[in-house]
Design a protein around this ligand. Sequence first.
Ligand SMILES: *Cc1c(COP(=O)(O)O)cnc(C)c1O
Length: 412
Amino acid sequence: MTLDWTNRRADRLRSLPPYVFARLDELKARAREQGLDLIDLGMGNPDGPTPQPIVDAAIAAMHDSRNHGYPPFEGTANFRKAITDWYYRRYQVPLDPDGEALPLLGSKEGLTHLAMAYINPGDTVLVPSPAYPAHFRGPAIAGADIYPLVLKPENNWLIDLAAIPDAVAQQAKVLYFNYPSNPTAATAPREFFEEIVAFARRHEILLVHDQAYAELAFDGFQPTSLLEIPGAKDIGVEFHTMSKTYNMAGWRVGFVVGNRHIIQGLRTLKTNLDYGIFSVLQTAAETALQLPDVYLHKVQARYRARRDFLIQGLAELGWDVAKPLATMYLWVPCPPGMTSANFALEVLQQTGVVFTPGSAFGDGGEGYVRVSLIAECDRLGEALRRMKDAGITYTSGTQASAPNSQSLIPNP
Ligand SMILES: *Cc1c(COP(=O)(O)O)cnc(C)c1O
């Protein structure tokens, strides 16, 4: 008996935007099978090891059998205190560890579950386009009516609040945003945060800020945190992650800070879904938040060096990419006339280098690819050499070289 299980999926799953990169994944898989040397700059997965003191703290905590049972739902008191202490040290904003901070199984989990906790089918939710996929997939799972806030280069990829029609703003229940931004690498000045807080207060919108790149900033730039803005705590929460700052993506630890009532709603949902984070990992995360700044400077220096190296190399191929002040990404325009999916496919086929098509982040990402700075400079240099050899430049794209170019990845 073969039933059509795909068609029997719940509406909330079937309403998700289709996954359009099957072809890219298929090519990547085939390239690997062929033993081709892929240079994968497509993922957001940091390539460095977790700092040793964090690993050591986890090993020590593992030997303590008190850590082997169910952790408390709301996270350990020590980790919550480490979160609010860190937040105060970093932003001079006091928070109550009992209620204004909640540990999460990675921030993606919290971002998505917050949507489930606050959004009913048909509710209007404002989401930038392009955006980190959890910012629209979470609301989509909840059945939201998503109103895309299309970001534009001429506005430095900032949300244009004035362009949101009044009727839409009046209806909107939640707004997701993220600066420093994945995927555009854009940063927002403090004035922008003041404006968006005023906007959310005026229209009584729940403001969700994703601050994944709080610490990956360069050249003296200090990203603003939502809760630094007076009045933000009345209407907002901010998500943080250990994944990027401390190379802890596999550990699955993040947290949310902000309005206690909003956090309480998320917590209520989560008590029905999970049992929280393994206490061993909460102990390790505590250690991470207490590390001296020299660890941050090291990780910042790594990404900054790669940023400068790649921007210089791309300039030699005709690209004029401005230096982003934060994140681990470059947001690179496709050669004129090429869609982001076609450009990424061509680059992969001809060079074995993987970029993420901007359209993966919503229609507003069309015309760009995201390049992750997750390889050492020698590998980035190799990627640039291969692009040069294949004749891939900003002006020509791959079209000019197409007649005599060869795909590295043969059809089976
Ligand atoms: C990487 C990333 C996350 C994911 O964080 P986890 O804590 O690993 O789930 C969330 N938001 C943005 C914008 C990211 O780039």
